[in-house]
Ligand binder design. Structure first.
Ligand SMILES: Cc1ncc(COP(=O)(O)O)c(C=O)c1O
Length: 339
């Protein structure tokens, strides 16, 4: 890991760079129907190699660096029952020699038969994490306090990782990724104009914006809201997290016009399938042989395709779709894809 990012506390969890691949078949399919299509690439952060991969690998490198610095021996984090972040944290803990407790809240109003058994939840068990499962009405602060107390009583030293790994430490992983994408695009002579990806806890987007600002790049970052109906609140949180990340890295702050969060693709709620998501997952699988997920990257791909058809992403653009992972989630949503 060359450059300034190697000087910050981190634990190496994967070998960068992840592949940057052209989506020629998807482009041809869209162009056949739409008359035109921008150049499309995909950044394969689903291929980090850590227990199914995904965007959390990059954040966890820096979060585990902090945990080590603080002499912690047990990682604690939280998320929904099918949290990819929880699965990646369990895997990172295994690889780096930490114990791991995952607090999983049963909050998603999806009643699929395998949602509460398979997918990420199954992998959390295979990875050996201790699971604390709470229903949606539980008081999160009280649960955290109880779990932290139990670990301390057993002489453990806990390190608390926020939901989604999204604080100014975790976001460093995506500030670094921004440089990786720019370097790959330059090496392949790709005139990149925009990165599109799923946004929820916002560390990915905050990190990318900070990393691009650090390289004086004006590549747009379009975050697709897959998380909540209040997009304005998301934009405020993104502004705040990006400022904190920029300050931590000593990079100039990002202009307000750069905080782009697109709504209209969430559907009923976080984790609830939409028809557009199902079509996007099937289309990418059947044109490119690449698997997306039902909660994040599938909804983000649906948004990117819709924005191309609406002319909001023009044919003159060159777009990188950031594949943030999540494929194990497909197994929890079996009946959506079983035909
Ligand atoms: C597969 C996947 N994509 C995208 C995201 C969103 O990333 P962020 O929380 O940094 O906004 C997540 C977060 O959990 C995720 O698991």
């Amino acid at each position: 890991m060359p450059g300034p990012f190697s000087l910050l506390p981190h634990v190496e969890l994967f070998e960068a760079p992840t592949p940057l691949q052209e989506l020629m078949n998807l482009r041809a399919v869209i162009a056949a129907e739409n008359g035109s299509c921008p150049q499309l690439y995909i950044k394969r952060d689903d291929m980090t190699g850590l227990a199914g991969g995904g965007n959390k690998t990059r954040k966890l490198e820096y979060l585990l660096g902090e945990a080590r610095k603080q002499n912690a021996d047990t990682l604690i984090t939280a998320g929904a029952l099918q949290s990819n972040h929880a699965r990646q944290t369990a895997a990172a803990a295994s690889k780096a020699g930490f114990a791991c407790t995952l607090i999983l809240f049963d909050t998603v109003p999806y009643q699929g038969a395998l949602y509460r058994r398979s997918g990420n939840l199954l992998l959390d068990k295979v990875l050996g994490a201790d699971l604390v499962i709470e229903d949606g009405t539980a008081d999160a602060a009280e649960v955290f306090e109880r779990v932290m107390g139990n670990i301390s009583k057993a002489d453990g030293t806990p390190y608390l990782i926020p939901v989604g790994g999204s604080n100014s430490v975790g976001a460093i992983g995506y500030a670094r990724a921004a440089g990786e994408i720019l370097d790959q695009a330059a090496a392949k002579q790709i005139g990149l104009t925009r990165i599109v990806h799923a946004s929820s806890s916002l560390g990915t987007q905050a990190g990318l914006l900070t990393g691009l600002a650090g390289r004086a790049s004006d590549v747009r970052v379009t975050g697709i809201n897959v998380y909540r109906h209040d997009t304005e609140k998301m934009r405020e949180d993104l502004t705040d997290l990006t400022e904190r990340t920029a300050d931590r890295l000593g990079v100039r702050r990002v202009g307000a016009e750069r905080f782009e969060i697109v709504d209209g693709f969430l559907g009923e709620a976080y984790g609830v399938p939409t028809d557009e998501m199902k079509a996007a997952v099937s289309t990418l699988a059947q044109t490119e042989g690449i698997l997306l997920d039902p909660v994040y990257s599938g909804k983000a791909m649906a948004a990117m395709i819709a924005m191309i058809f609406r002319g909001e992403i023009g044919p003159e653009e060159t777009v990188v779709f950031l594949h943030t992972g999540g494929m194990p989630g497909l197994f929890a949503y079996e009946e959506e894809f079983a035909g």
